[in-house]
Ligand binder design. Structure first.
Ligand SMILES: [Zn+2]
Ligand SMILES: [Zn+2]
Length: 462
């Protein structure tokens, strides 16, 4: 009788996703996002030298430039869309870190230099091998991998792996089984049924999410009603997920104005070649009612003025950044004061952010916008902080447009895959318990544990 062995390292919580198999193959190297602070995992001696990036969300890829800086020999594997999205977000993180450092040093506060520089981002690019299809590859001798669609966003993957002793592993974080604008839901990989171990996210393990189709209909009908009565609509969401807002609105013949990084992400998605059967063909040329705010500062300011004054009418779609900074704040401060306008919030707003404050406010409440900026006064740079107050009169409409699936749908996917053992990650203890109960309702024999941050050791007789 042969004994197969596997070790797994990773923690259960959301944020800073870093996972490792047999100390050899890593999946993701994410950053932890706190309020006005982002922390990077310390690339210590145990970081694997081969890391797969599952998708370009900062909690999964924010640490790649730090890893490339401290372990220049490390090699990375991912889809082209994930790499392009990662480069965009790492450059944006660097820009934010620099302006935060400048602000703090002008204020006389402790200021840390950025954790990485442009050359480290370029090094990530040069150390990356692009995975162009679902075929098998061997990033380390004896380890065979195949990436499949995660359905979470364009380019996102789940990882199938066979280790040198034949242990079969599926890594699935983040994943969705539902149809979205540019990618169909994750399929159950039929050539990889009954794996030894499945590592899977439990973000919504204890909750159900509304049907995406219903939420899409609500987005379109609320937008149309507001435009009909002469108002404007602001939709703020994660930049990488804006395709799920822009495409349905454009297909409903609404004029859509896309600002900020939403433009770059849509261009990345349009340029990407399909790498898996779940990708939906996409080109921007079919949408002449989708308008991009120009990258030129002067032209952009003029366009934004027209949108805010109502000279240009339509849905303004802008990365929200939880309404903590950027152009979304310029839009919301002005649009929220009129009852004619509507603010649509499709996503999660973290605790203690301005987004959460607006989400929880009642009509007529005064919202306190805390502003800070480095300004040039008499040729001298100064760090300025001030408060601006705006009354919330526009209705705030919540739609649930998550890139994840609810507990029941996840459990069904797990039961169909039929792993021997499940390790949940990327969720709170409640999410773990919820997903475990739902899996056990379908199949009692699947062992479900939550990752603890300690090494988990498996052994299987075969
Ligand atoms: Zn994600
Ligand atoms: Zn995530």
């Amino acid at each position: 009788m042969k004994v197969k062995k596997l070790t797994f390292d990773g923690k259960g919580e959301i944020g800073g996703s870093n996972y490792c198999y047999n100390g050899t193959i890593g999946v993701d190297h994410g950053a932890i996002q706190g309020k006005k602070k982002i922390s990077y995992p310390a690339p210590n001696g145990v970081s694997p030298l081969v890391v797969i990036a599952s998708h370009s969300h900062i909690d999964h890829i924010g640490g790649f430039a730090c890893l490339a800086k401290h372990r220049p020999e490390a090699k990375f594997f991912m889809t082209q869309t994930t790499l392009d999205g990662m480069i965009l977000l790492l450059n944006d993180s660097l820009k934010i870190a620099r302006s935060q450092a400048e602000f703090n040093s002008l204020k006389g506060l402790p200021s840390e230099p950025p954790a990485f520089e442009e050359e480290d981002i370029s090094h990530v690019e040069s150390q990356t091998e692009i995975i162009k299809n679902i075929g098998w590859f061997e990033p380390v001798k004896g380890y065979h991998l195949s990436l499949r669609s995660a359905g979470h966003m364009r380019g996102a993957s789940i990882e199938l792996m066979v280790t040198p002793d034949g242990t079969r592993v599926v890594h699935a974080a983040d994943i969705s089984v539902e149809e979205r604008a540019l990618v169909r839901g994750a399929a159950v990989p039929k050539d990889f049924l009954n794996p030894d171990v499945l590592v899977i996210e439990s973000t919504y393990g204890s909750k159900e999410l509304p049907d995406l189709k219903g939420e899409k209909d609500k987005l379109i009908s609320v937008t149309k009603e507001t435009l009909k009565k002469g108002g404007s609509v602001l939709v703020g969401h994660f930049a990488s997920m804006l395709d799920n807002i822009v495409i349905p609105l454009a297909e409903a013949k609404i004029q859509v104005y896309v600002d900020g990084m939403g433009r770059q992400f849509l261009r990345i998605y349009a340029a990407a070649k399909n790498w898996c059967p779940e990708d939906r063909p996409f080109s921007l040329s079919g949408y002449d009612n989708v308008h991009f705010i120009d990258p030129d500062r002067g032209t952009a300011t003029a366009q934004r003025k027209k949108l805010l004054s109502g000279k240009l009418k339509g849905a303004i779609v802008c990365p929200s950044g939880m309404y903590e900074g950027g152009h979304s704040v310029t839009y919301i401060k002005q649009l929220m004061e009129s009852r004619k306008n509507t603010i649509i919030m499709p996503g999660f707003q973290a605790d203690e952010t301005q987004g959460r404050e607006i989400q929880e406010a009642e009509s007529g409440d005064l919202i306190d916008f805390k502003c800070e900026r480095v300004m040039k006064i008499n040729e001298k740079k100064e760090a300025k902080e001030w408060h601006e107050y705006r009354r919330l009169n526009a209705p705030v409409v919540q739609i649930k447009y998550s890139g994840h699936s609810g507990g029941d749908k996840m459990a069904k996917w797990v039961a169909e895959l039929n792993p021997k053992k499940v390790v949940t990650v990327h969720g709170d203890p409640e999410g773990h318990e919820g997903l475990k109960d739902r899996i056990h309702r379908l199949n009692r024999n699947i062992d479900v544990v939550r990752a603890t941050g300690e090494t988990i050791k498996f052994s299987f007789r075969s």
